[in-house]
Design a protein around this ligand. Structure first.
Ligand code: FEO
Length: 407
């Protein structure tokens, strides 16, 4: 729980949340921060909330008290986005400050009613609307729909050039040493980058087209600092804007010069070939992520697949179809639009194949557009010749990935 004065009259209130599943199912091994902001002009506004994950707003009220602000004196509550990680405290807040005006988009207004039955004291804002808090703090609103929900808005404090973006430009990971990205050590920065791609792939990937539009809109504003609802503050806005554009481009592939190997095995026969492939890939000059399903969570596999141009799938046939945990993960990758990858599949079968048929069906139905090189299947344990064939195909894939990325 932390309060930081980030600009003239602007304070960040932030808490770290751990040991939860984000949105109820995304594993976040390094936690996530929830950031709220207070702007003190002649009038005081609070932007978004930082409720505890159980919806209890004590944490937020504790942070406000540190600023010597009585919650009941806050005139405006700006709701950038109604997902309950930001809005879950509103009902409790309205109980102690019923006169506070809620500033939000038209779509958020509807959600205020359906979530909390709040229908009054709402100011609906849209593109280019303004709110004057006094002392120079004039807020200029922009609509950034679907980053993350259709209701999402952002606002620029024209006095300080601070852009409050809620989910946009956010990241997973706890805030530890500093609230500013530019203050991190090289090691912390590398972890932060990883957590940003995990966040992007898990939360925003599906909306990559809208992300690009939102970034273009933000690029046109005189932004000096980006203050998101999750993660670190950027005093070099170009850095995170460029990064987000890159992440959005990964949707259609090619992405980075990386390969994600996703594998599953029932009795170790496919695994024997996987071990051979891992050793082979270690000799190649390429970054490789290895994930076993169903042991690894969807979110972890997705984060790697999002940045990888190449995907290797290794799984046996199961009851004339694909090994079920692999099918589940592929469905999720398809729904998040991990498209246009270079790919290779191998695996064992007992009395009959069938994995390929299901793989083709998933690829077609979800319009994933992966380009597969010829698969390798073997009965039971892979023999020396099978391993040799698998190895040749892996080599081919590595070349294809390099060619795709380097152009
Ligand atoms: Fe951080 Fe879409 O809520």
């Amino acid at each position: 729980m932390k309060v930081t004065n980030i600009a003239d009259g602007i304070y960040q209130l932030s808490i770290n949340v751990e040991n939860i599943l984000f949105e109820g199912f995304w594993e976040i091994p390094n936690g996530v921060s929830l950031n709220s902001y207070i702007i003190k002009g002649l009038k005081t506004a609070i932007i978004d909330g930082v409720c505890g994950w159980d919806g209890v707003p004590d944490t937020l009220f504790g942070l406000i008290e540190q600023l010597d602000i009585a919650p009941e004196s806050i005139e405006y509550l700006i709701v950038n986005h109604m997902e309950p990680d930001h809005s879950g405290w509103i009902e409790a807040f309205k109980k102690i400050n019923p006169d506070c005006k809620i500033v939000c988009s038209k779509k958020a207004k509807d959600l205020l009613n359906s979530f909390f039955g709040i229908t009054e004291n709402i100011i609906v804002v849209g593109e280019n609307d303004t709110l004057d808090l006094g002392n120079g703090h004039l807020l200029n609103f922009v609509e950034i729909p679907n980053v993350h929900w259709p209701d999402t808005i952002a606002e620029l404090d024209t006095l300080t050039g601070t852009l409050f973006t809620c989910d946009a430009f956010g990241s997973f990971g706890k805030i530890t040493s500093s609230v500013y990205a530019d203050m991190l050590s090289e090691e912390d920065l590398a972890l932060h980058e990883k957590e940003t791609t995990r966040y992007y792939s898990n939360v925003l990937a599906y909306f990559s087209m809208q992300v690009k539009k939102a970034v273009a809109k933000c690029q046109a504003l005189p932004v000096k600092m980006i203050a998101p609802g999750h993660g670190l503050i950027y005093r070099n806005p170009k850095e995170i804007m460029d990064a987000y554009l890159k992440y959005a481009d990964y949707q259609k592939g090619p992405a980075r010069e990386e390969i994600t190997l996703i594998w599953g095995s029932m009795y170790g026969m496919t695994e024997n070939a996987v071990n051979y492939v891992i050793k082979q890939l270690q000799k190649e000059d390429i970054l490789v992520h290895v994930h076993q399903v169903p042991k690894e969570s969807w979110g972890t596999v997705l984060a790697s697949a999002w940045t990888s141009t190449g995907i290797i799938l290794a799984m046996p046939t199961y009851e004339f179809k694909m090994y079920p945990p692999m099918a589940s993960v592929l469905e999720e990758l398809g729904k998040k639009k991990v498209n246009g990858r270079k790919a290779f599949r191998f695996g064992s079968y007992g009395w009959s194949g069938g994995a390929q048929k299901e793989l083709d069906e998933i690829m077609t139905r979800l319009n994933m557009g992966w380009e597969f090189i010829e698969p390798v299947e073997f009965t039971g344990n892979p023999g020396a010749k099978d391993l040799e064939r698998v190895g040749e195909q892996v080599k081919k894939l590595v070349e294809e990935v390099k060619n795709a990325v380097r152009g």
